[in-house]
Each structure stands twice: as structure tokens, then as C-alpha cells.
Write a protein that binds this ligand. Sequence first.
Ligand code: FES
Length: 138
Amino acid sequence: MSGRDMYRQQILDHYKNPRNYGELEDATFEHVGENPMCGDTIKLFVALADDDETIEHVSFIGDGCAISQASASLLSEELQGKTVEEVREMDREDVMDLLGVEVSPMRIKCAVLAEKVVQDGAAIYRGDKDIEETTTEE
Ligand code: FES
């Protein structure tokens, strides 16, 4: 299997068997976002440790295409143990690295939806942003 096929398999696997799926009872913050082009949604729950900085648990619920949902699942694993500051510094390259495949320009918004949601959620929690919902349209 080529490296690319391996990543494709991984995306399908995360889509079919999403990791950390469900609501988090003890979430420190949660946030929701949508790709208005297609209606896909992701809601992310983040529980911080007592230091109010280190991510202890992440979970998500969502509805949509394989790339948006697999990205959320992959991200939910990647974020455990990171700090809020590190999350806020992530960019789309980090998501592409997680997915491991080239994503067409049409699908980039699918890929970055979860990342935007967690970053906006963190910014709102820190008092740096005041929005109800994230969209991929900005
Ligand atoms: Fe909607 Fe992918 S088709 S996020």
C-alpha cells in the first residue's frame, strides 16, 4: 500500500469509527461551527486540567463528510496534552499533516472546520473573541 493509500484508509477509518465521539460532561469550554456551504457541523468539547492551560480531554459530535469528521477525530487525539496556547498557534498546515493527503481547494474548508472550532472556542474562553458560532466562510 502506498503512503497515500495508507492515509486515505486512515481518514476512512476515523470517519467510520470516530475517536472521542460524544459530549463531554466536564468540559471547560465547548464550541460549535459549521461549513455553511454544505451544512456540516462540528461541536467540540475541551476539558482543561487544573492549570487552566493543559488539555486533558477532547471530544466532539458532528455531522458531515468524511474529511470534516475524520479531521475532528484526528484532531481530538492530537490535542490531548497540548496547551491552549499551542492550540491557538496551530495553522492549516498542522491539519494537512494530520490528514496526510493533499486536499483539493474545495475540501480545505472541510479539513479545517474542526481546527477553527477549537481555536475559536479557546479564544472565546480566554475572552479574546465574542461569537456564537464558527463558520468556515471568513
Ligand atoms: Fe461539508 Fe465537507 S462537505 S465540510
